[in-house]
Design a binder for this molecule. Structure first.
Ligand code: UT7
Length: 343
């Protein structure tokens, strides 16, 4: 008789059991960065909503920030490191291609022989990682998954680029995903559009850069992150309504059921457009962490969840729509129950 391979089954429902974040120490104002881009505090506030952002210091690396956020998420959830079956680190701004940050993060948090991998999906990285982590728990692949979004975008920023220098910033956020009695993480709505791959991109591949260095010496310009701001804005303002409605439909809910809306903190004007077209109910709290934190790509959604919980606008268990979007152009979002911040 042919050998039959055993399979595993997991649990019916998952949720985010705890949330932890890491915000770099240094607060950077608009005035601090306006000079090289010939801009002003007023222009940046009006066009993006941003008033301050955090820039990481030398010792605040993607790995150290991910470890700290992960440690706080474990504390908030009451889950021990040995209960974590997998660590997923969503990031698109590490300056090393390998090994993955996840192995170092897992070991630093006291885990031993724990699976882990990094996931690159730009600003929708957290939504992708949350979906994958939740599916792992539902499938029985891991009993608990630590999902982290971390970016140190300042390493990719050209301080003289008027489209990116004032938007992007650094930080980390993490959640522990585990089993629950009721559905705490709804089915994901996600997708991508490769025809718009150039809308947010690294402008020069590393092999091209190294060839230039070999030919011209070190005077050549290094790779930076670039963005076609208007194209991204247009896509976000026109397409994302459909993505948000799909996530709410997938959860079997309507906009009226939402207590909180946590979009990727890309630009406050994009958030305003989405709130308007989705006709969110008056009672729905809208996360606006971009004002203080800037756009931290894969870290922005957990950071924004933390802000609404910390300042008392929302509470654990509230029903929230998360929607990440950006480079790809890609998006990933789901309706969730907000996690606890712990003590
Ligand atoms: O997280 C990934 C997803 N990313 C996003 O969602 C970003 C989406 N895009 C945006 O947020 C916006 O396109 C930006 C905030 C990047 C730019 O805002 P905008 O309203 O699209 O500006 P614009 O490029 O259309 O430029 C408007 C004006 C121009 O001047 P004129 O031609 O009207 O006289 C620009 O020269 O603003 C000028 N300008 C600036 N002025 C001061 C452009 N950049 C700057 C600047 N400071 N940094």
């Amino acid at each position: 008789m042919a050998a039959r391979i055993a399979s595993r089954t997991g649990v019916a429902n998952t949720t985010m059991l705890g949330l932890g974040v890491y915000r770099p120490e240094r607060v950077v104002t608009n005035d601090d960065i306006a000079g090289p881009i010939d801009s002003s505090d007023e222009w940046i506030r009006t066009r993006s909503g941003i008033q301050t952002r955090r820039f990481a210091a030398d010792g605040e690396t993607p790995v150290t920030m991910a470890i700290e956020a992960g440690r706080r998420a474990l504390d908030a959830s009451g889950i021990a490191p040995e209960q974590i079956g997998c660590v997923i680190v969503a990031t698109s701004s590490r300056m090393v291609l390998g090994p993955a940050a996840s192995a170092q993060v897992a070991t630093a948090l006291g885990m031993n022989d724990t699976a882990g991998f990094d996931l690159a999906a730009g600003c929708s990285g957290f939504g992708h990682a949350l979906s994958v982590g939740s599916d792992m728990v539902r499938a029985g692949t891991a009993s608990h998954v630590l999902v982290i979004g971390v970016e140190r975008l300042t390493d990719l920023l050209d301080p003289t680029d008027r489209t990116t220098a004032f938007i992007f910033a650094d930080g980390a956020g993490a959640v522990v995903v585990g089993p629950s009695d009721e559905v705490g993480i709804g089915p994901v709505a996600w997708g991508s559009d490769g025809t718009q791959w150039a809308a947010i991109r690294q402008d020069k591949p590393f092999d091209q850069y190294f060839a230039e260095v070999a030919e011209q010496g070190s005077a050549t310009v290094r790779p930076f992150i670039r963005m076609e701001g208007t194209a991204v804005f247009r896509w976000a303002a026109s397409f994302l309504e459909k993505a948000c409605r799909a996530a709410v439909d997938n959860a079997g809910l309507t906009m009226e059921d939402l207590d909180v809306f946590v979009p990727h903190q890309a630009n406050l004007r994009i958030t305003d457009v989405l709130v308007r077209v989705l006709k969110l109910p008056e009672k729905c709290v809208v996360a606006t962490d971009i004002i203080e934190t800037g756009n931290t790509s894969a870290a922005s959604i957990p950071l924004a969840m933390e802000q609404v919980l910390r300042n008392g606008q929302a509470k654990p268990g509230d029903t929230a729509l998360l929607m990440g979007f950006g480079a790809g152009l890609a998006y990933a979002g789901q309706v969730v129950k907000l996690p606890s911040l712990g003590e």
